[in-house]
Ligand binder design. Structure first.
Ligand SMILES: [Zn+2]
Length: 353
C-alpha cells in the first residue's frame, strides 16, 4: 500500500488497521528490549555479586533489584517470547487492545517475534524505528548521514524492516541526553524529514534536565516536524514545573506520563532522585486538563525491565486499567476524559496524517 493510501490508517506489525480498531492503547511499552546500555556496575563486592544474579520472584534480594533496577544485568533484558505473551495477555484480559513497542535499532528490536506475539495474544502491536541515545550506537552509526538515517526510517515505514518486511508505525523512541549528543541531533533532524514524508508520530525520550524537551522541540520544529505529532515521553521522571509543561503543550506536542506504576523512589544509581507516585501523576494530568490540554496527554508504563513484570512480582501491563483508572475516578475524572487519554488521543496520533 502506498503512503497516500495509508492516510487515516494505523500501521501495526500485522498490517494496517482502522483507527477505530485500536481501542484502549498503551503508547509506550517494550515487549522486547535489551537495555544493557543502562547497566551500572556497583563498586562493592556484594553489589557486584548481586549484579550477576538471574532475576526470579523467589530471589531473596528481589526487593533490592526493584529499587536498583539498573544494577542487575539480567533485569535489563526482556528477551523471552512466551513470557512476553503471558505478560501482554494480562493487559488484554483487563480490556486492552493495542500496545506500542518503542524498542528500536540496537535495543534488540525483533519484528518477527512481535508478529508472533501479536498473533498469540490477539493484540495490535505497533513497532518503533530510529535510534535510542547516542551512547547506545555503534561506530557504524557515525558514517551515516542525516539523509541516510531519514531514508532508513522511511524504508522501515514503507517497505518494512530488513528481510522481515514488517513495517513500523512510529518513529521512536528517539533517545536524547543532556547535554544533547551530536548523534542525537542528527537523528532528530532525520526523524523530522521522515515524518514530513510519511505523517507518522515521533516519540522522544528527553534528557534528564527540565530544559531538554524544549531544546528538542526547537530542533524538530526547525527541521520541519509536525509538533502536534511529537510525543514527549517521561514527563514523570524529571520534575517539570507547570510552566515548563505548558510551554511544551503550547508548542503543540503531546505530554506522555509513561512510568505509571513506578512509585516513590528513584534509583540513585543514575545520580538523580525524583519519582512521583501515581496520584501525583494524575494531579499533574488534571492540571493540564484544566488548562485545556487534555487532548495532548498520553499514559503508559514503559515496562523495560523484569522487576516491573507480573512474572517477577511486579505490577505488569494491566496496572493502568486495573489500578490507575479507578484512582482517576476517585479524583473525579469523567469517563469521557479517561477515554480521551487511553483511546481517543492514541487513535488520533497513530493514524497516519
Ligand atoms: Zn521506553
Amino acid at each position: 500500500m502506498s503512503i497516500s493510501g495509508m492516510k487515516g490508517k494505523v500501521q501495526t506489525v500485522l498490517g494496517p488497521i482502522d483507527g477505530q480498531e485500536m481501542g484502549i492503547t498503551l503508547p509506550h511499552e517494550h515487549v522486547f528490549i535489551d537495555m544493557s546500555v543502562w547497566f551500572i556496575e556497583p563498586e562493592g563486592a556484594s553489589g557486584k555479586y548481586l549484579a550477576e544474579q538471574p532475576i526470579s520472584r523467589d530471589h531473596p534480594d528481589i526487593g533490592r533489584f526493584r529499587i536498583y533496577p539498573y544494577s542487575n544485568r539480567d533485569n535489563l533484558r526482556l528477551l523471552e517470547e512466551q513470557e512476553a505473551v503471558n505478560e501482554l495477555l494480562a493487559f488484554k484480559h483487563a480490556g486492552g487492545r493495542t500496545i506500542v513497542d518503542n524498542t528500536n535499532v540496537n535495543l534488540a528490536r525483533d519484528p518477527d517475534a512481535l508478529c508472533r506475539v501479536s498473533r498469540a495474544t490477539g493484540l495490535n502491536i505497533i513497532m518503533g524505528s530510529g535510534y535510542y541515545v547516542g551512547e547506545a550506537q555503534d561506530r557504524d552509526f557515525d558514517s551515516k548521514s542525516e539523509e541516510r538515517i531519514a531514508d532508513e526510517i522511511i524504508s522501515d515505514i514503507t517497505i518494512g524492516v530488513g528481510l522481515s518486511k514488517v513495517r513500523v508505525g512510529l518513529i521512536g523512541e528517539l533517545g536524547c541526553s543532556w547535554p544533547l549528543h551530536d548523534r542525537e541531533r542528527k537523528v532528530l533532524r532525520a526523524a523530522a524529514r521522515a515524518q514530513k514524508q510519511t505523517g507518522i508520530p515521533i516519540n522522544i525520550h528527553p534528557g534528564r534536565h527540565e530544559d531538554s524537551p524544549m531544546q528538542i522541540i526547537r530542533i524538530l520544529g526547525d527541521a520541519g516536524a509536525d509538533l502536534h505529532r511529537v510525543i514527549m515521553s517521561h514527563m514523570d521522571r524529571t520534575p517539570f514545573p507547570l510552566q515548563k509543561r505548558l510551554e511544551m503543550a503550547k508548542a503543540g506536542c503531546v505530554l506522555e506520563y509513561d512510568v505509571f506504576g513506578w512509585e516513590g523512589y528513584y534509583p540513585t544509581e543514575l545520580a538523580v532522585a525524583h519519582m512521583p507516585n501515581d496520584v501525583q501523576r494524575i494531579k499533574e494530568i488534571i492540571e493540564l486538563a484544566e488548562q485545556g490540554f487534555l487532548n495532548q496527554v498520553l499514559i503508559s508504563h514503559d515496562i523495560c525491565y523484569k522487576t516491573r513484570r507480573y512474572t517477577y512480582g511486579g505490577h505488569g501491563y494491566s496496572h493502568i486499567l486495573r489500578n490507575v483508572v479507578p484512582v482517576m475516578r476517585c479524583w473525579s475524572m469523567s469517563e469521557e476524559d479517561i477515554n480521551t487519554i487511553i483511546i481517543e488521543n492514541p487513535r488520533r496520533l497513530f493514524s497516519m496524517a
